[in-house]
Design a protein. Structure first.
Lengths: 163, 565
């Protein structure tokens, strides 16, 4: 099963490498990882998506908690949550394709953020699945380049991850 | 500033080796008296000495090494301590901060290299941080599940011409690090009900009992309930080895009765253990009828391999005290009739294969006999620091440890070369105690250069070298799994250890016959102020038994070259 882990950690040099190192050292996989400082600049927040059995993810969570730099860990998938990912995707765009890309981007509520005579670059925000669906909906023959940020997540409602 | 912080931390001995990046620190060491520095001959030995000090005392040991090769040489020692949860602070020099990242002379990324084998590490960014970092490093190393902490110090951070205000913090507060202080009372009650209701219980006690200073509590619980106790390799001495209730060590080379008791139990009361693969054998066949109560300070140890029915996260001492209160205060008492029947069964196992080994008519000494003799000559009271291999298992099986912190070995990482510097670390701190290094002709050569350090500081340890002319454990596996093709397990061209010891100014002894052993060993221990290297020729064909059969259950064991369960 896929899990989204939110981690608050000390914004110190080397802290991120401890988190990433833990995953490779213990043979856990990382599907995506995003990291940035929070409103409190002494804290970074990481969102990690990983897949594995419940036993494995329990072990991942415990191991993360054990790192001295880690302040808190939450498995967002244990409750209601929102996940978003941003994708920039560049297509060859000539003739009729230009209209097709625009139409599909509109359907997915994406925006075209860069245009040249031969290319369109689309920006799309949504769940990872939605981004996958967009890629599948378009003709891959014209696809030039994809860049995705990885998932950021937050719990719904009153639940808060803070110190 | 660094040395002053170490003084304020109460450190009185450090083990190390100087080099370019730590010269400022060594200059500061030179100008003070409070901290004694022990100059080793290889950095690995410095870390093992600091480690063994910690194993014997419970306090963090300190090693000081230079950058680059000094730091990488320390890695094996750091990993050894990490795997066995030993508190240690390792200070490594680093090139000046403006050179970091430029592949400067003797530069390595020590924080990066050590990351997977440290509990935590610090890199000093400003000299004024040093006292705070030192305080935090010791706090982290010694609290919770202990472990090694590295402090990487760029040379410019210790420049004596830069002066800063010094203040050593009294307390440590870290929002991201708060080890559990007590166990969950609800879980403890639940576990207590299971514990007293058990008909075939076993107490499975590990290194956590020793590190967590919970031996007294464990003994009291075991005595009050009259339950059998098995110790892990790391837990030996946590419960008296000569006590009737001790069934010995469990696991791959555990005793027959310990493994049988575990396999047939209906309740395992596991304290300070981690259900290591060298204990459990095949996980799918592990103790099929047992419910498991697992007490550990580290939540990651719980349900990592074997699922616990009642997990309790907390310090062993406090949690066991809570159990004692319940045991004494509750009406629920163990089923004495069932326990009697259980003991009857255990005693039967014990009678069938209680720590026996086969002697034959040959003149060759059995390694087990040597360890039994060591146990006899030292009254079971010596600090026994072991290397890794067959001799380690024989020592674990045949030396009867009655006190904690006396059995010092690299259990988790299995570091050959550990035993000798470990013995030195212990002897320096317990000058009046008997300290033996049980080793083999393979392991001892991995840190034999320390004979020189022993000359310099007069460290009269006794080296008990079980010399079978081959890497015994490797050879055993080759006998069992590779049709006796002894690929590179034969130690050709061994030195004359007696002459070697003498060359360093120590005493060497060679013993070939069992009839000479007692006299020689007694003489060796009587030479209080001499290091004695006992080169003891033992049967090269001996295997360690019992030995669990791979992927089997705990009770599946080979009992000798011809018998199995």
């Amino acid at each position: 099963m896929r899990h989204i882990l939110s981690v608050l950690l000390e914004n110190e040099p080397g802290a991120l490498s401890r988190v990433v190192g833990l995953f490779s050292q213990r043979n856990f996989n990382i599907e995506s990882l995003t990291v940035a400082a929070t409103d409190d600049i002494t804290l970074s927040r990481i969102t990690i998506t990983t897949t594995g059995t419940d036993k494995l993810v329990e072990q991942v969570t415990k191991q993360l908690n054990k790192l001295v730099d880690v302040v808190k860990v939450v498995d967002l998938t244990e409750g209601d949550h929102i996940e978003r990912e941003l994708m920039l995707i560049k297509y060859k765009a000539a003739g009729a394709q230009r209209e097709e890309i625009k139409r599909t981007a509109d359907i997915f509520r994406g925006q075209i953020i860069d245009i040249t005579p031969s290319t369109y670059t689309v920006q799309l925000v949504g769940s990872s699945r939605k981004l996958d669906a967009f890629i599948e909906a378009m003709d891959t023959a014209n696809l030039i380049e994809v860049v995705r940020t990885g998932v950021s997540g937050i719990a719904r409602g009153d639940k808060v991850l803070s110190v | 500033m660094l040395i002053r912080a170490l003084q304020d931390q109460g450190v009185n001995k450090i083990y190390g080796y100087p080099g370019g990046s730590v010269l400022h620190i060594y200059d500061a060491l030179f100008q003070q008296q409070e901290i004694q520095h022990i100059l080793v001959r290889h950095e690995q030995a410095a870390t093992h000495m600091a480690d063994a000090f910690a194993r014997a005392t419970g306090k963090a040991g300190v090693a000081l090494v230079t950058s680059g090769p000094g730091a990488t040489n320390a890695i094996t020692g750091i990993a050894t301590a990490y795997t066995d949860s030993i508190p240690m602070v390792v200070i490594t020099g680093q090139v000046p901060s403006h050179l970091i990242g430029e592949d400067a002379f003797q530069e390595t990324d020590m924080i990066g290299i050590s990351r997977p084998v440290v509990k935590h590490s610090f890199s000093v960014k400003h000299p004024s941080e040093i006292p705070g970092i030192v305080k935090k490093a010791f706090h982290i190393a010694e609290s919770g599940r202990p472990g090694p902490v590295v402090i990487d110090v760029p040379k410019d951070m210790t420049n004596p011409t830069d002066k800063f205000e010094y203040s050593f913090p009294k307390t440590v507060k870290m929002r991201s690090y708060n080890p559990v202080a007590k166990g969950h009372s609800g879980q403890i009650k639940k576990a207590f009900d299971l514990l007293v209701a058990a008909k075939r219980p076993v107490i499975y006690a590990g290194g956590g009992v020793i590190i967590g200073r919970a031996c007294e509590e464990l003994i009291e619980i075991a005595k009050t309930l009259n339950y059998p106790v098995t110790n892990t390799l790391m837990g030996l001495g946590g419960f008296p080895g000569t006590d009737r209730q001790s069934v010995g060590m469990l696991g791959m080379h555990g005793s027959y009765e310990a493994n049988m008791t575990m396999h047939h139990s209906d309740l395992i009361f596991a304290v300070g253990v981690r259900f290591d693969d060298r204990v459990t054998n095949g996980l799918d066949k592990f103790c099929p009828t047992a419910k498991i109560i697992h007490i550990d300070i580290d939540p990651t140890s719980i349900s990592k391999t074997v699922r616990a029915d009642v997990p309790i996260v907390g310090p062993a001492k406090i949690v066991l005290q809570d159990f004692l209160k319940l045991i004494k205060g509750s009406k629920k008492q163990p089923d004495t009739q069932a326990i009697k029947t259980w003991w009857h069964q255990i005693d039967e196992w014990r009678a069938r294969h209680g720590g026996r080994f086969l002697t034959d008519d040959s003149e060759l000494m059995k390694p087990q006999q040597v360890i039994q003799m060591l146990s006899q000559v030292t009254n079971g009271d010596a600090y026994v620091c072991s290397d890794v291999g067959q001799h380690q298992m024989f020592a674990a099986q045949y030396y009867k440890f009655n006190k904690p912190n006396r059995w010092i070995n690299s259990g988790g990482l299995g570091t050959m070369g550990f035993g000798f510097p470990a013995a030195m670390g212990v002897k320096l701190n317990f000058p009046d105690a008997d300290v033996a290094c049980v080793t083999g002709e393979g392991s001892i050569q991995m840190n034999i250069q320390e004979l020189s350090t022993c000359s310099q500081y007069d460290i009269p340890v006794k080296i008990i070298c079980l010399n079978n002319g081959s890497l015994g454990m490797v050879r055993q596996w080759q006998d069992m799994n590779y049709e006796s093709r002894h690929s590179h397990s034969y130690m050709e061209s061994l030195p004359d250890f007696v002459k070697l010891a003498e060359a360093y100014g120590h005493v060497g002894m060679k013993v070939d016959k069992f009839t000479d052993l007692e006299g020689a060993m007694t003489d060796a221990f009587a030479m209080k102020d001499k290091l004695v290297f006992m080169d003891i020729t033992v049967d090269p064909f001996e295997h360690v038994y019992p030995m669990q059969i791979p992927r089997g259950s705990m009770r599946d064991m080979l009992l000798s070259k011809t018998e199995r369960t």
